[in-house]
Write a new protein. Structure first.
Length: 123
């Protein structure tokens, strides 16, 4: 696994940490998520989207990790939008005490996810 890009977004005291990775196999997924849980211990949610090719099959999946607004699906859709294969995008959120609502959470995950991807593509 190679980290391609990372970023941070603060919205109403909630902090979103986004990371984009290049994967060489599906077994790296659990390692990345475990690393995020260690790195961002105060984060309530570690949501991600993955597109990976394995033995001539493409697997697309996401995890919302209990967060509202289906942010994992939003992250997966960003990978599709930018045609990123064999990639994982993970966003860890530290709750800031202010309820963002479903729309606010969704917009925040999309904003940091797109920012991290664009930083990688256009750097």
């Amino acid at each position: 696994m190679i980290e391609l890009s990372a970023g941070k977004l603060t919205v109403n005291k909630s902090i979103f940490f986004g990371h984009l990775y290049k994967l060489s196999n599906k077994y790296e997924i659990d390692l990345i998520i475990s690393n995020h849980k260690d790195l961002y211990k105060r984060a309530n949610h570690h949501c991600y989207g993955v597109i990976i090719n394995d033995n001539d099959h493409q697997f697309n999946f996401y995890k919302n990790d209990g967060e509202v607004g289906r942010p994992g699906k939003i992250l997966l859709e960003l990978l599709k939008k930018y045609n990123l294969n064999n990639n994982l995008i993970c966003v860890s959120r530290i709750f800031g005490g202010i309820n963002l609502g479903v729309g606010g959470v969704s917009r925040s995950f999309k904003k940091i996810g797109e920012s991290v991807i664009q930083h990688y593509i256009y750097k």
